[in-house]
Design a protein around this ligand. Structure first.
Ligand SMILES: O=P(O)(O)OC[C@H]1O[C@](O)(CO)[C@@H](O)[C@@H]1O
Length: 532
């Protein structure tokens, strides 16, 4: 049934019409305990929803909606390994990637937890060899640089987590990430690297992705070019992370040097699978295990906590309130932690690739907006760029503010100033300011959630990511969509394959696109001195 037909949906619409415009100033004035009443804690995260435009009644109606939409049953189906990714007929089991050793989960006849730990153990053994210098390159020298080649879910997770966990990384090991098919990224990434001491981790679930295979081929040429062309060097300088052993081997990487995962791990949910290998190389297996423990703690909270205290569930519901009832189109993610600088980009894929859907599970066109446009960048930089529009523009932009109470590098007054800015922004957005001059007045009533952790460490990062994964899950379950496929990325890939020979060919191609695309291709060919 479409969510709009559920009784709680109509009740929420009526509630919005009667009290949805009450100002946060009035909500706070009416309830002196509001600040603490709307703070929730689990797995090392404190999530403060007090500055959202909600009341106890809103939350009660939203949890009714979750019940009527049967979110709990869908969650249980995910944890049980049912094929909830219906368009691809697959289980969705990223939660199994962080289940502790010894636990068992039989899916389609296999104990997936045992499989997960077998790969984790191989990854750990490999990481220890590389980190200790025991793994030698072609010339016998130890590895000093790791380059992860991958894109989308095979890049954004390890890239984001590496930046977030730099303080825990072995700083003698350079770690780089190459994703874009723009050759510039590869050239710049290896500019100061020595092939003799560089290890490439080619990460691709399918091992068919154009960008990744192009970059991996260029990397192989660069390596062989620098080491005298002896192909035996590949085994010492290339490892693969993939579900596709056949393609890995066809590329020339020995499958002994391959770390696998499974079709029940979606790309954007894979940073805690073998896709995290480059991160493990940087921070070591022990810290990687702490990251997994943080994920698992939030998984267990999501699986077992009652709706009224369930952090990801509440976050998902409040997001639905903002999008579907208050009319917000976007969500700004604003980390007050430079270490989380790549979190907005990571969450863009997690949220927008999962819930950017226009049909429901039965294939009917949805009747309501689905996933929000996710964007953002670290505070305080954003304050001096786009916050003007959040404060005084005409659009409603809900924001997630994230911060850590204890700095990992305590420099002078920096951390207090950083966090003062975070708190000040949420206060200004909620309460605004009246002034005689219209241009200087702030309406306020702009909804925000603040997420605080004590320290940004592997465990808390895991909990933050699992919190967002399950928030996205909750929203997808309510909208009744498949959050785990991504057919929308296919059309552009197919068209690019048609256009590639039209750009590269010597002969002037016969162009059969629309007049705009034809003209762009002709312009490009002319600028590159090719016949048109
Ligand atoms: O890991 P792969 O198979 O190279 O895919 C990379 C990314 O491409 C996508 O399929 C989108 O094009 C993502 O879902 C995925 O994370």
């Amino acid at each position: 049934m479409a969510p709009t037909q559920l009784p709680a949906w109509s009740a929420l619409a009526a509630h919005r019409d009667t009290s949805g415009s009450v100002h946060l100033r009035d909500l706070f004035a009416a309830d002196p305990e509001r600040g603490s009443a709307l703070q929730f804690e689990a797995a090392g995260l404190m999530v403060d929803h007090a500055k959202q435009r909600i009341t106890a009644e809103t939350l009660a109606l939203l949890t009714d909606l979750a019940e009527e939409a049967d979110v709990a049953a869908r969650r249980d189906a995910m944890f049980a390994g049912e094929h909830i990714n219906v368009t691809e007929d697959r289980a969705v089991l990223h939660v199994a990637l962080r289940m502790p050793k010894g636990r068992s989960l039989i899916v389609d006849g296999d104990d997936v937890v045992a499989q997960v730990h077998e790969v984790l153990d191989r990854m750990a053994a490999f990481a220890r060899k590389v980190r200790s210098g025991q793994w030698a390159g072609q010339t016998g020298e130890p590895i000093k640089a790791v380059v992860n080649i991958g894109i989308g879910g095979s890049d954004l997770g390890p890239r984001m987590a590496y930046r977030a966990l730099r303080p825990f990384a072995d700083r003698d090991l350079k770690v780089r990430f190459v994703s874009n098919v723009d050759g510039t990224e590869f050239v710049e990434a290896v500019r100061d690297l020595d092939p003799a001491t560089t290890l490439f981790v080619v990460s691709s679930k399918t091992f068919t992705t154009l960008e990744t295979l192009t970059n991996a081929t260029t990397a192989r040429d660069w390596l062989l070019g620098g080491l005298g062309g002896d192909e035996s060097a590949i085994a010492k300088h290339f490892v693969a992370v993939s579900t596709n052993a056949e393609k890995v081997s066809a590329f020339g990487i020995d499958t002994d040097n391959m770390f696998g995962f499974w079709d029940w791990v979606g790309g954007r949910y894979s940073m805690d699978s073998a896709i995290g290998l480059s991160l493990m190389l940087a921070i070591g297996p022990e810290k990687f295990a702490e990251l997994l423990a943080g994920f698992h703690e939030m998984d267990e909270h999501f699986r077992t906590a009652p709706a009224e205290e369930n952090l990801p569930l509440l976050a998902g519901l409040i997001g639905i309130w903002n999008s579907n009832f208050l009319g917000a189109d976007t969500l700004a993610v604003l980390p007050y932690a430079d270490d989380l600088g790549d979190l907005p980009a990571y969450l863009q894929q997690l949220d927008m690739e999962s819930n950017g859907k226009h049909v429901d599970l039965a294939g009917r066109r949805v009747e309501t907006d689905t996933g929000p446009i996710v964007w953002g960048q670290p505070g305080t930089n954003g304050q001096h760029a786009f916050y003007q529009l959040i404060h005084q523009g005409t659009r409603l932009i809900p924001c997630d503010f994230l911060g850590a109470c204890q700095p990992l590098r305590d420099v002078g007054r920096h951390h207090d100033l950083l966090m003062a800015n975070l708190f000040a922004q949420t206060e200004a957005l909620a309460f605004g300011k009246t002034a005689d001059e219209p241009a200087r007045s702030f309406d306020g009533n702009r909804p925000t959630t603040t997420i605080l952790v004590d320290r940004l460490e592997p465990k808390t990062l895991g909990a933050i990511i699992a919190y967002y994964e399950h928030k996205v899950f909750t929203q997808g379950a309510i909208w009744g969509i498949d959050s785990f496929d991504q057919w929308g990325v296919e059309l552009g890939k197919v068209l690019a394959q048609q256009i590639i020979p039209e750009l590269e060919g010597q002969e002037a191609p016969v162009l059969a696109h629309d007049s705009s695309t034809n003209a762009l291709i002709a312009r490009y060919r002319a600028a590159r001195g090719r016949t048109v």
